[in-house]
Design a protein around this ligand. Structure first.
Ligand SMILES: [Zn+2]
Length: 153
């Protein structure tokens, strides 16, 4: 059996969308921690965004389906809870994609830095909980558009 290079595997994983925010991939999200061959078994280490995230099992199934579709037969998914995922692991590309999609990327201060529509900083929080547990709903006081803020930390 041929073993695709891990670089190739990373490229495949970069095509797997996050189930909650399909605009970004699992690699953009920063939750794929490691890809390695152990003999003829491919090991993929995943750190969930937070332990109670309902998307975690979906993510594992999506990763498995994607790699099987590329001919990986022996696959082991490892779940690594420590160190815990933080929003710092989002790639620059992931942050840019989030904003282009209309979701304010996470900030260390715990709130969005600007409106993803008009870049205004005149913002207010509408709800702690948005369309998924990972998001809060904010609104821009200038363009009056509500938007999601990615708050999962
Ligand atoms: Zn705005």
């Amino acid at each position: 059996m041929t073993r695709p290079a891990t670089d190739q595997v990373w490229k495949w994983l970069a095509e797997v969308p996050d189930p909650e925010i399909p605009a970004i991939s699992l690699v953009d999200l920063g939750i794929i921690r490691d890809v390695a061959w152990q003999g003829d078994t491919l090991t993929v280490t995943i750190t969930p965004t937070y332990s109670g995230c309902p998307a975690t099992s979906v993510i594992a199934m999506d990763v498995e389906a994607a790699l099987r579709a590329h001919g990986i037969e022996k696959l082991e998914l490892k779940r690594q809870l420590s160190p815990a995922w933080t929003t710092d692991w989002l790639t620059e590309q992931g942050r840019a994609k989030l904003e282009a999609y209309g979701i304010a990327p996470p900030q260390p201060a715990g709130g969005p830095s600007r409106c993803p529509q008009c870049q205004s900083t005149n913002l207010e929080r509408i709800s702690q909980f948005g369309s998924t547990p990972c998001k809060a709903t904010w609104r821009c006081r200038d363009c009056l558009e509500p938007f999601d803020y990615f708050k999962c930390i």
